[in-house]
Structures are given as structure tokens and as C-alpha cells.
Design a protein around this ligand. Structure first.
Ligand SMILES: NC(=O)c1ccc[n+]([C@@H]2O[C@H](COP(=O)([O-])OP(=O)(O)OC[C@H]3O[C@@H](n4cnc5c(N)ncnc54)[C@H](O)[C@@H]3O)[C@@H](O)[C@H]2O)c1
Length: 438
């Protein structure tokens, strides 16, 4: 130990996990947690459940499980709720999403059937392909935010939750940039009172969560948290926030491969990515305005990893294209193709082809679990504002104004684990390693 560990409040009592958007990702996450609690499945893909963390020197032989190293809520203490624009129970929604087999769903049917979404805050203007009916009515956007706060308070009381976290798993809203109402908390609150058309439903949930003392994570690429007013509110309430857009599928592969090309100084001429996807997410992303949010989130990755301004000969002229095509027969089982044109010694070209037959929600579910548990840890430690150490989970990690995000998956993992070591007063691992040769 090199310093005193941080004071961390214990993870006792129930942790409420509230989710706006109870579709494929949310129901796969909830069903999985219940299946794991009953011993039917293993939490594969979850760092909080299956990961280990090396402490001290390589020769020390200390690699505890992450969940034994930092105090995290036990899966048994998680309770789930949420909102959706459709009234389907979590069981019905999971059936429609078609991610998990009937056999797996049957084992948790009773549990999922008991989870009924609360009526949503929804505006069709922000998700054009959806026509939900299970929607709140309000005199103003402030009134809607207050209704969400009342839902949160009622849920907390009903389930006896000690603490709560919110993770947005709702559909991708249309692309918007921050404008006047997003600049200060006062302007945002005035915008709520005036029902400003610039305030999206996801922002109303985020506002209600933070006002209710709940940390918030944004799993979609829409503008929900990453503007000055929301960061101001998170700081004021001393709450952690993170986002955005779960890093799964093609972008996960990109942030695994691109750091390797850069490490070996292999040049890149083009990266063409296309997907076919047949779930509701795919349908929503068929709308160009929702796709724009996704595209911006997906395109940023290569630029930041490859740093063309530092490696002009290798990366200054990259053709990066990302396409998503809605193709119903595939359901949630996306197929993503990548054609990567790289070049090596003396400029000789080479190609790499990837055909990833992936299951989006299977990749996203463990991320939701880790985010819920780490956000709760962060709140018990007293961290507030943007949690950069959770960038590991996102396609477009939030950073303060003027700081570029770190996209390299391996640097992100090191940052996450070093944050945990730092919390526990352990030596940070720098990989310098001279001590082995002294
Ligand atoms: N699956 C992945 O790998 C992955 C990766 C990154 C991001 N995401 C994002 O996560 C989100 C969820 O993905 P999914 O596959 O579960 O989609 P989905 O369409 O199955 O579920 C989204 C749900 O949100 C509901 N919804 C929409 N607007 C709402 C609102 N205002 N309030 C409450 N509910 C609302 C919809 O009715 C739907 O049930 C999407 O935005 C998606 O882009 C998913």
C-alpha cells in the first residue's frame, strides 16, 4: 500500500436500477441478472462479476476478483424498474425482442412478468419511427420531469431502496447539438418551464434522476447529459454521470484493432463498415436523423485513436464510412462487415475483412450491469461529474470541454483498473517494470 484508501460507504441495502427504455438491451440485462441469481447462467462479459485486478508486482501473485477488491452491490440486492412508451411487461418485451430463447425466458418468466414499465416521457419528434401510447401527459416539460421524480420516489419507497442509479436504454433520439437552454442550469430549468422544443425526453429523465439524487449513465448516442447545464447539476448534486453509447459490436472491434495498427505503425487508407440489423433499434436507426446521432458517435473513434495530426504519413487521408441497414429477418442478431484497407512497408497495400455475426444485446447487457454497479460505487465514494474512468464502456466517452476522449480499449481498461487501485490505496500499475531487473 502506498497511501490511504479512500473512504467508501458500504454497499448495503437494495440498489434500484431504473431504466428508461425497456426494450432488447434492458430486458436482456434484467433477464440475465435474474438467471445468474438463480444459477442458470454465468455473467459472461461483465468486468465487475468475472474480472480480476492485479495488485503489486507480477511476482506478488495478488490478483483478486474486482468484486472482492472494491465493495460493489451484490446481484441479489438489485431491483429493477423503468419506463417505456409501450405497456408490455419485461417478459412480453423480451419475447418481442427475440434475443433470448423461449427456454431461457421461461426460467425467469415470473420475475420478468412482474416488471411493468411506467408511462414514458415521449415526444415523437425525437424518435420518429415510434408511435407509443403508454405516455405521460403534462402541462409543461417541468411537469413531466416532476412526474418522473414522483415515479422515482414511489419506486424507492415501494422497494425499500437504499440507493438508486439510472441507465438510459431508450431508443436513439434524433441528432441535436447543445443550444442556449443547455448552457446553464438556470437556462435549462427555464426551458423546462417554457417546454422548450430543444429539450429532449432523455434530458428530462436525466434531469429528474439527478434532482432525485441518482447517478445517470447514457447508453445511447443522443444529447442527454453532455452539455454544461447537466454537468453543472451533477456537480451541484455531487453525483457521477457517464456516457455515451454502449461500446459493443463493430465499434468494440474498431477500438481493439485500431490501437494495434497504430502500435505497429501500419497505415490506414480506408475503413468501410456496414451492418444489417433487424430489431427495433435498427428500425429507429432507419430514420436518418436518429442515424445521424449514431454516425457521429461511431465516426469519432478512429480519428482520436489514430491521431492523424501526429502521424500524417499514416492516417491523414482515411476514408471512414459507417452504414446501418434495417433488415428485419436478422432481428437482434446483427451482421457487421468491415473492409479495412491498410498499408505497410514502402506503402504496400493489404486488406482485412471482418464478418462479425454478433448479438448486440448480449454484448450490451453486461455493460449495463457494470455501469449500474460502478456508478453506485462512484456515488458511495463521493465522485461527481463526468466519470472518465468508465470510458471503457462507451463509443463516445464524455470528457470536459477541450479534452479529447480516450478511445483505445486497452488504455481505457488500464485507466479503469488504476482508478480502482487508487481508491483502495494500492500502487498504480505503470508497466515500467524496472524493479524485476534491479
Ligand atoms: N444493443 C447494443 O449493442 C447497443 C449498443 C449501443 C447503444 N445501444 C443503444 O441502446 C438503446 C437501446 O437499444 P435496444 O436494442 O434495446 O433498442 P430497443 O428498440 O429494443 O429498446 C428501446 C426501447 O426504448 C423505448 N423508448 C423510446 N423512447 C423512449 C422514451 N422516451 N422513454 C421510455 N422508453 C422509450 C422503446 O419503446 C423501446 O422499447 C438504443 O438507443 C441503442 O442505439 C445499443
Amino acid at each position: 500500500m502506498n497511501k490511504r484508501p479512500a473512504e467508501i460507504k458500504p454497499a448495503t441495502g437494495k440498489l434500484g436500477v431504473l431504466i428508461p427504455g425497456m426494450g432488447a438491451v434492458a430486458t436482456t440485462f434484467i433477464a440475465g441478472v435474474e438467471a445468474i441469481r438463480k444459477g442458470h447462467a454465468k455473467p459472461i462479459g461483465s468486468l465487475t462479476q468475472m474480472g480480476t485486478i492485479r495488485l503489486g508486482k507480477r511476482t506478488d501473485g495478488r490478483s483478486p476478483a474486482v468484486k472482492d477488491f472494491v465493495p460493489l452491490s451484490s446481484l441479489d440486492d438489485l431491483v429493477f424498474g423503468g419506463w417505456d412508451v409501450f405497456p408490455d411487461t419485461a417478459y412480453e418485451a423480451a419475447k418481442k425482442a427475440g434475443v433470448l430463447s423461449n427456454e431461457d425466458l421461461a426460467k425467469v418468466e415470473g420475475f420478468l412478468s412482474g416488471i411493468k414499465p411506467m408511462p414514458a416521457v415521449f415526444e415523437p419528434e425525437f424518435v420518429k419511427k415510434l408511435h407509443g401510447t403508454h405516455v405521460k401527459k403534462g402541462k409543461s416539460k417541468l411537469d413531466l420531469a416532476e412526474q418522473v421524480m414522483a415515479d422515482i420516489a414511489a419506486f424507492k419507497k415501494q422497494h425499500g431502496c437504499e440507493r438508486m442509479v439510472m441507465v438510459w436504454c431508450g431508443s436513439t433520439e434524433v441528432y441535436r447539438q447543445a443550444v442556449g437552454v443547455h448552457q446553464t442550469l438556470a437556462a435549462f430549468e427555464q426551458g423546462l418551464r417554457d417546454s422548450s422544443p430543444d429539450i429532449a425526453p432523455s434530458q428530462i429523465y436525466a434531469y429528474a434522476a439527478l434532482k432525485s439524487g441518482m447517478p445517470f449513465a447514457n447508453g445511447a448516442p443522443n444529447l442527454t447529459l453532455d452539455f454544461p447545464a447537466m454537468i453543472e447539476l451533477a456537480k451541484k448534486m455531487n453525483l457521477p454521470i457517464c456516457g455515451k453509447d454502449f461500446k459493443t459490436g463493430q465499434t468494440l472491434m474498431k477500438t481493439i484493432l485500431a490501437p494495434g495498427f497504430k502500435a505497429r505503425l501500419l497505415g490506414l487508407e480506408g475503413w468501410y463498415s456496414t451492418n444489417i440489423l433487424g430489431n427495433r433499434d435498427g428500425e429507429v436507426l432507419d430514420d436518418p436523423e436518429s442515424f445521424k446521432s449514431k454516425e457521429v458517435s461511431k465516426l469519432g473513434v478512429l480519428e482520436h485513436i489514430l491521431q492523424p495530426h501526429l502521424y500524417k504519413d499514416l492516417y491523414s487521408n482515411i476514408h471512414h464510412v459507417v452504414r446501418i441497414n434495417y433488415y428485419p429477418p436478422r432481428g437482434d442478431n446483427k451482421e457487421g462487415w468491415d473492409n479495412i484497407d491498410i498499408f505497410g512497408w514502402m506503402g504496400y497495400p493489404m486488406q482485412i475483412k471482418i464478418d462479425f455475426l454478433c448479438r448486440d444485446s448480449i454484448l450490451a447487457a453486461p455493460i449495463v450491469l457494470d455501469l449500474a454497479l460502478f456508478l453506485d460505487l462512484a456515488q458511495r465514494v463521493g465522485f461527481s461529474g463526468i466519470q472518465e474512468w468508465m470510458s471503457f464502456y462507451f463509443k463516445s466517452p464524455m470528457t470536459p470541454e477541450g479534452l479529447y476522449p480516450e478511445h483505445d480499449l486497452f488504455i481505457q481498461l488500464m485507466k479503469l483498473k488504476n482508478t480502482l487501485r487508487h481508491l483502495r490505496g494500492e500502487e498504480l500499475i505503470t508497466h515500467l517494470g524496472t524493479e524485476y531487473y534491479d
